[in-house]
Design a protein around this ligand. Structure first.
Ligand SMILES: [Zn+2]
Ligand SMILES: [Zn+2]
Length: 485
């Protein structure tokens, strides 16, 4: 065996693929990568327009309409306002099996308006900004979908491609209601990506989360003249908070509980008749979180009992953890390695160095790490993490995702630094890496049915007999009228 082919086989074997399978790929991948390249400038512009719109959860009218127009003009048919969410939509192309879905988000975050400058400079003070890079997320996913549609059309490949326009990822559970409406019932595989500061495959992880507002009702009274007539709702909130603090010691240590007091009374001389505690709880496992959640509810009930108030648990929200899929992860890793990363221009490098000066000591990463692909790994359940409504999709359909280096290395999501790079070429270059990885992975899934079979087998293994259940009650409508940001 010649050294080159030996190395080729060794690399392929290390990735879990035969050399023959790997050798077949490049021709079809070159086609699809060229199609991504043809549309890259258009969708970079789309991402900038959505960055300018910076619309909050469930208010993404312009962003959603723009993506729908782009997909419709590319030949997709559009179903909009799905799942009782005015800004949710499904764009479809083709028919029959397999059914491959790509997720797109486009909501912004409150208070993080930011110009494309390497120092803090809001465009409009306290206005929303794309600090999670969802402008890139939705546009990059659409870029992948448009390229993939052209690919399956030109090659007469059977199957259905869907782009899911999923609103309100930031605290609105947009996808949870879309899952509940049955929109993913017939899907074989779902692909997604998220902006980050590295190029890597996202194979599961993230934290399951439950949230609710605990609203206590008491009796108002003069706090000095007739305190005995009052029943303080604020006392109930304080006691619930104390109960939570004692609970912390007796739950798995990789749990997170955080809360704020959203109503606490109006004046010291009036016993508050309403008070409210707004709480999130998280754990890497949805099942473990369910047990913790039951105990949190009991603490709320106990606080009401102690204070002779009543408790109303409202606006329940929740996302499942993201289930890993090792079969899809191996495919995704191979493709991401093939796509590769990117390098900054001299101007971008200067911008990035300047921006990194605003980061806490020791946080800034190597600038040339944007050219690298991180090794494939299963997430460590004790890593710090956030939550996503992709989790609920992953409990219903085999799902795999990517991170791409859209943020300057060291920059975390939900910061002004993230919003700055999401609105410029640095973010757009990362977006194109993600679009390419999504598109070639989609092309593989359309071309090789065995990959879908393997993904489904791995999905059943990951479920391990568990069934999906959302904390959100069946009758609760999507909170589309959110305004308290
Ligand atoms: Zn976010
Ligand atoms: Zn996000």
């Amino acid at each position: 065996m010649k050294l080159r082919s030996f190395l080729f086989s060794a690399i392929a074997a290390a990735m879990g693929f035969s050399a023959a399978a790997l050798a077949e790929q490049p021709a079809q991948h070159q086609d699809i990568l060229a199609m991504v390249g043809q549309h890259a400038a258009d969708f970079s512009a789309t991402s900038k327009t959505i960055w300018d719109y910076a619309e909050l959860r469930y208010q993404e009218e312009k962003s959603s309409a723009l993506l729908q127009r782009e997909l419709q003009s590319a030949g997709f048919s559009i179903q909009s306002g799905v799942a009782d969410e005015p800004t949710a939509f499904v764009a479809s192309y083709g028919q029959g099996e397999p059914v491959i879905g790509i997720l797109g988000e486009f909501d912004a975050l409150p208070g993080l308006s930011q110009a494309t400058t390497p120092y803090r400079s809001p465009i409009v003070a306290e206005a929303p900004g794309h600090a999670c890079g969802h402008n890139l997320l939705g546009s990059g996913a659409a870029l992948a979908a448009v390229a993939l549609k052209e690919y399956i059309e030109r090659n007469h490949i059977a199957g259905t491609l869907r782009y899911y326009g999923t609103p309100a990822e930031e605290g609105g559970d947009g996808k949870v209601y879309m899952v509940r409406a049955g929109l993913f019932r017939d899907v074989d595989v779902v692909l997604h990506w998220h902006p980050g500061d590295k190029n890597e495959v996202l194979n599961g992880g993230m934290l399951a989360i439950n949230g609710a507002k605990f609203l206590f009702h008491g009796v108002a009274a003069h706090a000095a003249r007739a305190p005995e007539r009052g029943r303080s709702a604020l006392d109930a909130v304080m006691l619930m908070g104390n109960g939570i603090e004692f609970l912390r010691e007796h739950i798995p240590s990789n749990s997170r509980i955080h809360y704020v007091i959203t109503k606490g009374g109006a004046a010291p001389n009036v016993v508050p008749d309403t008070a409210e505690l707004y709480l999130y709880a998280r754990n890497p496992s949805s099942a473990v979180l369910g047990g913790v959640w039951d105990r949190i509810l009991k603490i709320g009930q106990g606080a009401a009992l102690m204070t002779e108030t009543t408790l109303d648990v409202r606006e329940l929200s929740g996302d499942a953890n993201v289930l890993a899929n090792d079969a899809l992860a191996r495919l995704a890793q191979r493709n991401l390695v093939e796509v590769g990363g990117f390098r900054y221009t001299a101007d971008e490098q200067q911008f990035a160095q300047e921006l990194q000066k605003s980061l806490p000591p020791g946080v800034a990463g190597e600038l040339n790490s944007t050219a690298l692909i991180q090794p494939l790994r299963r997430p460590d359940l004790n890593d710090t993490a956030a939550s996503t409504d992709v989790g609920d999709v992953s409990w219903n359909v085999p799902t795999i995702g990517f991170h791409a280096a859209t943020f300057v290395p060291g920059v975390g999501a939900h910061t002004w630094q993230a919003a700055a790079s999401a609105g410029m070429s640095i973010g757009q270059k990362g977006m194109i890496v993600a679009a390419k990885a999504l598109a070639v992975t989609g092309a593989d899934l359309f071309s090789d049915r065995q990959l879908v079979v393997d993904a489904k087998a791995d999905f059943r293994r990951a479920l391990a007999g568990n069934t999906y259940q959302s904390v959100i009650p069946a009758g609760q409508k999507p909170p589309v009228h959110y305004r308290e940001n």
